[in-house]
Design a protein around this ligand. Structure first.
Ligand code: PMM
Length: 323
């Protein structure tokens, strides 16, 4: 470790998951269709996302939509570096969404605090040593191959068990490469080599991922499976921007499962939904039962997402460490 760089701790917020707001600097992301392709527009969007209450701004320069062709490393750098530099300079906690060590390094040198790697280190063998050396928080997502043909790999015996096993193997390999366990955030990778049923099943069993013992990031935002919610058979799928209410519902379910963070495009709807959950949780147990209410004994209350012990990992990364 060389002196001079600040390693930021993993952020956490009492009582709710952190909200990661997406800033895609791409011409072809499925979710926002290139609306912020030029760095200046992306910077403006990043400022808005922050003002709306994102705890982390996730800047990415490569579309990972199914079938996407990769940009050159030079093009990815051109897209993301000015955005990372400006938003970090304004005090944002920026994560860089990249599979390339070279891009991650330039982003970290320009103020990024965290690396979000959808390939979990599989796409670039230089990524794990870089992250180990840097000591920053690192999101390792479940991944089976590049977007161009990933849906051909969407075959599982039991998607929850298979994703948990493959993520645990990835975690072990990353730790073997020198990354400290406390740096790691795990992500089930919804939509990456997964069809709609796989995504719903993973959402229904997120607790199994949380049980791996690392903070979990959950990214369902605007993904295709949500485009069929409440749509009659034969009717057209909802457009990505018409999936934000469904996304907010998944944020609540993910919070109840005990995730550390949710990655979303529309920050206000998820912040509102999480605020409803927090207010409800805060009022549990406030009602004094009357005799009329007592009736037959009720089953024990299920643990709440915000209960003690669910987020013990949040304090694990040392604050203010210098390198
Ligand atoms: N999904 C996308 C991009 N990056 N990162 C993580 N950690 N988890 C995800 O689910 C994820 C990601 C694809 O969505 P986008 O093109 O709308 O950003």
């Amino acid at each position: 470790m060389s002196a001079g760089y600040v390693v930021h701790p993993l952020p956490s917020v009492p009582g709710r998951p952190v909200v990661m707001g997406v800033v895609n600097v791409t011409p072809d992301s499925f979710s926002d269709g290139g609306a912020w392709f030029e760095p200046e527009a992306a910077i403006q969007h990043g400022r808005e996302v922050r003002a709306e209450g994102a705890d982390i701004v996730d800047v990415g320069g490569e579309s990972t939509r199914p079938g996407a062709v990769r940009p050159s490393v030079e093009e990815e750098l051109r897209r993301v570096v000015p955005v990372v530099r400006t938003l970090s300079g304004e005090g944002a906690f920026v994560s860089i969404d990249t599979m390339r060590a070279q891009v991650a390094e330039q982003a970290l040198l320009n103020g990024a605090a965290m690396v979000n790697d959808v390939s979990g280190g599989l796409a670039d063998p230089a990524m794990a040593p870089l992250v180990a050396h840097w000591g920053c928080p690192y999101v390792a997502m479940h991944w089976r191959g590049h977007s161009v043909d990933m849906q051909a790999r969407a075959a599982y015996d039991d998607v929850v068990a298979d994703v948990c096993r493959e993520l645990a193997q990835r975690r072990d390999a990353l730790v073997e490469s020198g990354i400290r366990p406390q740096q790691l955030v795990l992500d089930p990778g919804l939509g990456f080599a997964k069809d709609a049923d796989h995504n719903w099943t993973l959402l229904a069993h997120l607790e199994s991922l949380v049980a791996l013992g690392h903070p979990v990031l959950f990214g369902a935002s605007r993904k295709t499976f949500l485009g069929r919610v409440a749509v009659p058979p034969g009717a057209p799928t909802r457009s990505p921007t018409d999936r934000d209410a469904a996304t907010a519902a998944t944020s609540v379910l993910a919070a109840l499962a005990g995730v550390w963070g949710v990655r979303v495009h529309d920050v206000p709807s998820t912040r509102d939904a999480l605020a409803v959950l927090s207010a409800t949780e805060a009022h549990r147990g406030r009602r004094s039962p009357t005799e009329a209410d007592e009736g037959p004994p009720r089953p024990a209350a299920r643990p709440t997402a915000m209960g003690p012990g669910r987020h013990e990992w949040r304090a694990q990364i040392t604050s203010g460490e210098h390198r």
